[in-house]
Design a protein. Structure first.
Lengths: 155, 619
């Protein structure tokens, strides 16, 4: 079964545990600037919004890469960077409509979410379940259930 | 690892930024943050230094866990000699500034001397600059924050700044980072202002590593579970924030009211955490929008709130910063009691507005509210009149007067500048020093020490002046953590305070939030530090560090003339009995607890640290 990251901004407290987990998994260091997931605080609106790659099926980044350094992991559905092939041309960062592929000046390669090979650290680190890893075919399940509960006829 | 082992020393007189190695011998003995910076202070700033002179130095310091995935590990402290008390000051803040400093590669940033003109400090990893701040001098924290983000074209800058109050010499000005987190107490913002420093803007991209990652993840994951399963850190604080305490403390008759004349506040439920969840009439929204976590915090006691758009403080006031009409850092219990029950104001929106002002202009709401309350008592007694207040009818319960005073202190204007000297100086000036609820010149926090006896001993002996965050025996006396003790009894409280004070000093030196101590003991902290840091970090070693830090602070205060002679409570606390509630008839038994406390500390009957104790702790 393929899985997807599911994000519920209403549960996010902006603590950045996910960013640290991500940077540690990817770079071996606690460093939000090296995270593939970012939390955006909207101060006056009073909300924190986690954002990362949605793993598009027809991935712009993958199609744009001139050296085929972005490949599909068939098991997880993730589009993964092959570091040995990436030349750091950044075309993928331009192609991605969502901004979720970014250049890492320290390594000269791009970085993006790879779902940690099917066991995403951000979801495990999130203390409020704002980020969860769920059945890719049923990412709407919880939301549907909430609305179903509202539509439930009174006994 | 875990320490970056690098310090950035900024000399504002000379205009230099110089890297130097962290003194690791001291780090071994004092750990980090509160302990380690206090060691630097005691070595570099003579105890008799004028706090607002260029000879005072300000230390902004992280702990070894700061910047890691340990829960709450985003803290930093500001250590300096306090202009409010003359004693050692150490104010601890969350948000995202401490972790950014560590990520930029610095354990500590030292500000010494005084700049001839207003400046701000820009730190981007190794690059540090002193830059002109003329355009933001005279502006609020929030305006300075916006200007710096725009000027550096960097939305991810982390900024700590002072407001106008800190520029004008209000003695309890705070340093505010990330718009609404505060290094709040003892006037650390005033010291920053005295150096002509408006802000520090940080950007770090280096990251933080730990010594033994596998052990670290095991220890921090286990410790997070302890927090999640604890009734206070897993339920009470997430649900209602620090305001979870308002109704609890009021019901046990320890809610300071009307400048501590009373200990039960009739309007408490109207300004409580529960009230923050109730939908209001005007727009159907509650005061609370959502919880906010500081960096790495899995508790999330922080509140994001709005003010009722139809409240007089904001309605039709288009010149206010837009945040007053939107969301910002909401009401905390310490602000709610000081600006609320102590002044007799039971208007939730007035308090939220005043809290926003404290954040925007960098004020300690505890000292502010307490000072306004003392002025209200003086006003009602006829000692001061509208001639002194600039026309303000300063009666208890007058929300508009409380707000007017807050605005005046925030801008250091007129009567506000007089209130800005704190309640000890204010009451002294008007000939009624006994009406100031202070120890070492710092205003009391939210717990009547006649109703919670151990807290009286805590206030009297607190090294930074009256404070709840130096030895929070409320945990034991009210909440039963780690064991329940009788709040009305003095017996055993000396040992209890000492245990809390020592453990707290260790927590405060590690880079984590003291709120974890509702659930964690040093048994939970030691494995996290041991995995993060080189060397062996045991419970015993941390306990000893805590005791060493406490005694070091005490020795500094002794030398500043603020030792045993300052271990006193205001006469109201020891001679005027509580008038109603569960503690009716009680006064604080400081005279019973203090000799026992001195003896158990290994101090002389006068409260001096003895040669034996010094030798035992390596001081």
């Amino acid at each position: 079964m393929q899985m997807s990251l599911v994000i519920d901004a209403n549960k996010c407290t902006g603590c950045l545990q996910c960013e640290m987990a991500c940077s540690y998994e990817g770079e071996g260091v606690f460093n939000p600037t090296k995270s593939r997931i970012k939390i955006f605080p909207f101060h006056e609106e009073g909300i924190f919004v986690p954002y990362t790659c949605t793993q598009c099926d027809e991935a712009w980044c993958m199609h744009a890469c001139p050296v085929e350094a972005i490949v599909l992991n068939k098991e997880t559905g993730a589009k993964e960077i092959v570091n040995d092939l990436c030349v750091g041309c950044k075309v993928c960062t331009i192609a991605c409509p969502f901004g979720t592929v970014n250049y890492n000046a320290d390594s000269g390669k791009v970085i993006k979410c790879d779902l940690c090979g099917g066991d995403p650290e951000c979801a495990k680190a999130c203390p409020t379940d704002a980020i969860t890893y769920q059945d890719a075919n049923w990412t709407g399940y919880d939301k549907m259930k909430d609305y179903a509960a509202k539509a439930m006829p009174a006994n | 690892m875990s320490w970056t082992k690098k310090v950035l020393r900024i000399n504002l007189t000379e205009g230099t930024c110089t890297p130097e190695p962290l003194n690791m011998e001291w780090a071994e003995l004092y750990l980090g943050q509160r302990g380690l910076a206090t060691k630097y202070l005691t070595e570099e700033v003579p105890p008799t230094t004028d706090p607002l002179s260029p000879e005072n130095t300000m230390y902004m310091i992280t702990g070894p866990l700061t910047g890691t995935m340990a829960s709450t590990a985003g803290r930093y402290s500001v250590v300096t000699k306090s202009p409010l008390t003359g004693a050692v000051a150490c104010s601890n803040s969350g948000g995202f500034f401490g972790n950014e400093m560590k990520c930029a590669g610095w354990d500590m940033v030292i500000l010494e001397g005084k700049s001839p003109t207003p400046v701000y400090i820009s730190i981007n990893d190794d690059k540090a600059e002193i830059l002109p701040a003329d355009e933001i001098w005279g502006k609020s924290v929030w305006e300075a924050d916006e200007w710096l983000h725009a000027k550096h074209q960097d939305p991810q800058l982390r900024i700590a700044a002072i407001g106008v109050s800190g520029e004008k010499g209000v003695l309890y000005s705070a340093i505010i980072n990330d718009l609404h987190r505060a290094a709040g107490r003892s006037g650390v913002g005033t010291v920053m202002g005295s150096k002509n420093v408006k802000a520090i803007a940080l950007r770090g991209s280096k990251g933080v590593t730990v010594n033994d990652p596998k052990a670290f993840f095991e220890a921090t994951t286990a410790a997070k579970k302890v927090l999640a399963e604890n009734a206070v850190t897993g339920e009470g604080l997430p649900a209602l924030g620090t305001q979870v305490l308002m109704n609890v403390i009021n019901e046990m008759g320890a809610q300071p009211t009307h400048n501590y004349k009373e200990s039960v506040f009739a309007g408490a439920s109207k300004i409580s955490g529960e009230a923050m969840l109730e939908a209001r009439d005007s727009d159907g929204k509650p005061n609370l929008t959502r919880n906010a976590g500081c960096f790495a915090c899995t508790i999330s006691c922080g509140r994001i709130s709005t003010i009722d758009p139809q409240h007089f403080s904001v309605q039709n006031k288009e010149d206010l910063h837009p945040s007053y009409h939107g969301n910002s850092g909401g009401l905390e219990y310490e602000a709610a009691w000081a600006l609320g029950s102590d002044t007799g104001v039971d208007d939730l929106d007035a308090l939220t507005y005043a809290q926003f002002v404290c954040n925007e202009q960098g004020l300690d709401p505890i000292s502010l509210g307490s000072t306004i309350a003392a002025a209200m008592e003086l006003f009602e007694e006829g000692v001061i009149t509208t001639e002194d207040t600039g026309g303000i009818e300063l009666n208890f319960g007058n929300a508009e007067a409380m707000i007017k005073c807050t605005e005046l202190v925030a801008k250091g204007e007129g009567f506000g500048l007089e209130l800005g000297q704190g309640s000890a100086r204010f009451c002294e000036k008007h000939g009624r020093p006994e009406l100031s609820m202070t120890v070492r010149g710092q205003e009391f926090p939210a717990y009547d020490p006649r109703s919670i006896q151990g807290m009286g001993l805590g206030y009297a002996t607190s090294n930074r002046g009256a404070c709840h965050l130096r030895g929070y025996t409320v945990a034991s006396e009210v909440l039963g953590i780690p064991i329940k003790t009788d709040p009305l009894e003095t017996e055993g409280k000396a040992g209890l305070q000492i245990a809390f004070q020592n453990a707290t000093a260790a927590f405060d030196s590690a880079g984590i939030c003291i709120f974890t101590s509702f659930a964690w003991s040093l048994e939970d902290v030691a494995p996290q530090l041991d995995a993060a840091c080189e060397g062996e970090w045991t419970v015993e070693r941390l306990s000893e560090i805590g005791e060493r830090v406490w005694n070091l602070e005490r020795l500094y205060n002794d030398a500043a003339g603020l030792g045993g002679s300052a271990d006193k409570l205001p006469p109201r606390m020891v001679s005027e009995a509580v008038t109603s509630g569960p503690a009716e008839g009680k006064v604080n038994g400081l005279d019973k607890m203090l000799p026992e406390y001195y003896a158990e500390r290994g101090w002389s009957p006068e409260g001096d640290v003895t040669a034996e104790t010094k030798a035992r702790l390596g001081l």
